[in-house]
Ligand binder design. Structure first.
Ligand code: UDX
Length: 442
């Protein structure tokens, strides 16, 4: 098989498919990325990925290249390129998907299956099928399927080989060619399917929608609890206790009810915006206007965090030292795309504070994105002389800090927990003023 695009999705997919026993050629236009992956070095931090790459490369079943011609013999081609938000718009930029198809199609000389995995606006699969067939020498012998991924950063390998479900969007699933596409995908995923993971066969549009609907639901769940956080702040309630209590209702469930500075990353924010934009094009914009509110609640939490920092510093951040723990959009990742943590840090800097950021993995990426901030390789260095400490990404190592030891380092022992993850009693017991979003002050 070929895997086109060796970014987060593609690099993990290619390595996992080789581990399952397939022969995989992974193609990317970025020669630097290809060279590094070919040596077993992932371009991002993902637990277990370097080891997996090393194992897969050693079998000889995994190759990285910039040359599309090497894909010519593959039975299946996975399209795994990105669909970022377009500049100045909500809509997704699908030019990489169509670019990949245009580069691949001239090499498709016989019957083959192209499988889209990228997250795309509904309707893309049908357009892509027609485009590839119009270019490929094999014409209508090229089949297309849509097989969305649901991988979470930090669990990308597990989510690729043991997803909670496989979804196949198949062109005319009830016809012989449609059934053949399903059979081929079943062969690709034979090993995980043999463990009983459900597999759903649907049409193109439904497959495309499953992915964005799932992400819209997750974003809504987070913004729901963050809206409750705002109400708790107004009413004097405790959002952590509230989330615990409503999460015990198994119709609601406890997951994705962590209140804090909200969601970021390369998926949820841009996916809900692209979903709204696409619904507008389809004349169904009213159905998704609530996502505008989901987005607004999410961004308001970041602003609220900056307000709390300002309050803690006596009404102004000008000239104050702010220590920021965390730059990644979530723990176990070095991804800073639309990171709430980095956004809050930058906003404090804009308000005149001197901001020092620590993160176990994301500092190199953060330095490039936000060069105006100061960076510290050690937590102790980050906290030195701080007027306020902001806990913005819930890395385990921050929960393991000893607040009693740290208190001597700071100018004022005030910590604001933007992730509701620190042990309140421990920090207060050690003499810190502890504040958090959606929780009582004392
Ligand atoms: C998400 C989806 O979970 C995944 O299925 C999809 O394929 C890609 O997008 P990911 O972006 O890796 O995955 O992160 P996720 O674990 O979903 O977290 C997203 C953001 O929400 C993070 O910033 C996280 O800190 C935040 N979050 C998550 C909360 O603020 N509260 C929660 O309760 C859960």
């Amino acid at each position: 098989m070929s895997v086109i695009g060796a970014g987060y999705l593609g690099a993990v997919h290619a390595a996992c498919m080789a581990e399952l026993g397939h022969e995989v050629v992974a193609i990317d236009t970025d020669a630097g990325k290809v060279a590094s992956l070919a040596q077993g070095r992932a371009p991002m931090y993902e637990p277990g990925l370097d080891d997996l790459l090393a194992r897969a490369l050693a079998t000889g079943r995994l190759t990285f290249t910039t040359d599309y011609a090497l894909a010519a013999d593959a039975d299946v081609h996975f399209i795994c390129v990105g669909t970022p938000q377009r500049h100045g718009e909500n809509a997704a930029d699908t030019s990489y998907v169509f670019g990949a198809a245009d580069a691949l199609a001239p090499h498709l000389t016989g019957p083959t299956l192209v499988v889209g995995k990228s997250t795309v606006p509904v309707g893309t699969a049908a357009r892509l099928r027609d485009r590839i067939r119009s270019i490929a020498p094999a014409g209508d012998d090229v089949r297309l399927a849509w097989n969305p991924e649901f991988l979470r950063e930090g669990f990308a390998i597990e989510d690729t080989v043991r997803p909670n479900r496989f979804v196949y969007g198949v062109d005319s699933p009830a016809t012989d060619p449609g059934r053949a596409d399903t059979d081929l995908l079943d062969r690709v995923y034979a090993e995980p399917l043999s463990t009983g993971i459900p597999r759903l066969v649907v049409d193109f549009a439904t497959a495309e929608l499953v992915k964005v609907a799932a992400n819209a639901f997750l974003a809504t769940k987070i913004s729901f609890i963050n809206a409750m956080s705002e109400v708790c702040e107004a009413a004097g309630g405790d959002v952590v206790a509230l989330a615990g209590a409503i999460g015990m209702d198994d119709r609601i469930g406890p997951k994705f009810l962590k209140a804090g500075i909200g969601f970021g990353g390369g998926c949820l924010p841009k996916d809900i915006r692209a979903f709204m934009a696409r619904a507008g094009e389809l004349g169904a914009d009213q159905a998704l206007t609530f996502l505008r509110e989901v987005d607004a609640i999410n961004l308001r939490r970041r602003a609220r965090m900056v307000d709390l920092a300002r309050e803690a510093c006596g009404g102004t951040l000008r000239g104050k030292r702010v220590a920021v723990l965390g730059a990644a959009f979530k723990p176990n990742s070095d991804d800073i795309r639309d990171s709430p943590a980095l956004d809050v840090a930058a906003a404090c800097r804009m308000a005149g504070a001197r901001v020092t950021v620590h993160d176990p993995k994301a500092l190199d990426n953060a330095r490039v994105r936000a060069p105006e901030l100061d960076y510290a390789d050690a937590v102790t260095e980050c906290l030195a002389g701080a007027d306020v400490v902001l806990h913005l990404t819930e890395w385990t190592e921050y929960r393991e800090l000893d607040p009693a030891e740290l208190i001597a380092l700071v100018a004022a022992p005030v910590v604001i927990d933007g992730r509701n993850a620190l042990d309140v009693d421990r920090w207060r017991g050690a003499g810190w003023t502890y504040r958090a979003l959606g929780r009582p002050t004392v």
